[in-house]
Ligand binder design. Structure first.
Ligand SMILES: Cc1cc2nc3c(=O)[nH]c(=O)nc-3n(C[C@H](O)[C@H](O)[C@H](O)COP(=O)(O)O)c2cc1C
Length: 333
């Protein structure tokens, strides 16, 4: 098995981290990934502390291995900090790794994570943000290239970003963006990443909460079918993301404002999904699902079928290991 500083730090056997992916990264997926020896992540951004605890306990019931919690925190204000801090504290009591995305690194949140003996991580898109995350006391960072699916901080390709970020910091760097194959995983590890973070490939896992229409679109798509856009910006403007071109075109062609509905468990109601609303396309949406955002990174061409998460972990790590062994046994003299 591949061993890196990251796996030793986290206690995993495979240097793969499943991305937090809003409601798609549910406890079932996270537990399956962790059971397979990688690091499963649950998305808990926006949840009150009691709900964070409930979600993470669902993972703990399924696995005794380490797992992580992800906080997507766009637009965090000073007034939000006290409530978010309590949710972060709740997550840090149960998760080995607590990570944050879409806000400048905050030392205050990192301190809370450490006070509960968890590890803190920030997903960043530039060397400036990497420096800020290091200064905020993070134990590791994720460098996210522009190839990534979902919302994107990176503005340059992953390899160029890794080069910049690895020169800027001494803490472990996890590579993210377009990594859906063992080949891309091997390239990132060979370039100096301590681990890889994989989103799109796990959105197509059997255990993920993704809607079947969205999963089928992932299987059909190639890298060229994705676009970097701000199209799905309703309620969250100026936030570039990568989705399939066909989902943008379907939303543009849709006549009307309400493309469908999503089920809201807390109120047991169906709420409207508006055109260009940046929602997680889970199994609990209905309507014109084709016109909802099909988040996808440039590695989507390697998504050939819907597989159990453990199989995805095995395929990625076996292929990467084979390539890295072949590479290290070659003579360059
Ligand atoms: C469907 C989807 C939802 C995402 N939601 C989140 C999220 O809630 N929090 C987060 O930190 N990153 C999120 N991301 C971005 C990932 O953290 C990661 O950067 C990205 O998936 C890596 O690129 P890849 O999708 O090509 O593997 C999401 C990505 C996808 C594909």
């Amino acid at each position: 098995m591949l061993k890196t500083g990251f796996t030793k730090l986290i206690g995993c056997s495979v240097p793969i981290q499943q991305a937090g992916m809003a409601a798609l990264a549910n406890p079932e997926l996270a537990a399956a990934v962790s059971e397979a020896g990688a690091l499963g992540m649950v998305s808990v951004g926006g949840f009150p502390p009691e709900k964070v605890t409930r979600e993470l306990e669902l993972v703990r019931k399924r696995t005794l291995r380490p797992f992580g919690a992800n906080f997507l925190i766009p637009g965090l204000t000073d007034e939000d900090i006290p409530e978010v801090s309590e949710s972060v504290r709740a997550a840090s009591k149960l998760a080995r790794l607590v990570e944050f995305f879409y806000h400048e690194p905050q030392a205050e949140l990192v301190k809370i994570v450490h006070s509960e003996r968890a590890l803190a991580c920030w997903q960043v898109g530039s060397k400036v943000e990497a420096g800020a995350a290091t200064d905020a006391g993070c134990d590791m960072i994720i460098a996210q290239g522009i190839e990534a699916g979902g919302h994107i901080r990176g503005r340059i390709g992953l390899m160029a970003l890794l080069d910049q970020v690895l020169s800027k910091t001494d803490i472990p760097v996890i590579a993210a963006g377009g990594i859906s194959s063992g080949r891309a995983m091997a390239a990132s590890l060979a370039a100096g990443a301590a681990a890889v973070r994989v989103g799109t490939r796990f959105a197509a896992a059997e255990e993920a909460g993704a809607h079947p229409v969205y999963q089928r679109a992932l299987v059909k798509s190639e890298a060229e079918d994705t676009i970097f856009t701000e199209a799905f910006g309703r309620g969250w403007p100026n936030a570039p993301h990568r989705v399939t071109r066909s989902s943008v075109e379907a939303a543009q062609a849709f006549q009307g404002e309400e493309v469908g509905q999503r089920y809201v468990k807390s109120s047991d109601e169906w709420a409207p999904v508006l055109r260009f609303q940046p929602i997680a396309v889970t199994k609990e949406v209905r309507g014109n699902v084709e016109a909802m955002p099909h988040w996808a990174g440039e590695g989507v061409g390697s998504v050939k079928s819907i597989l159990p998460a453990a199989k995805i972990v095995d395929q990625l790590s076996d292929e990467a290991e084979k390539l890295l062994r072949r590479w290290s046994s070659q003579s360059f003299g």
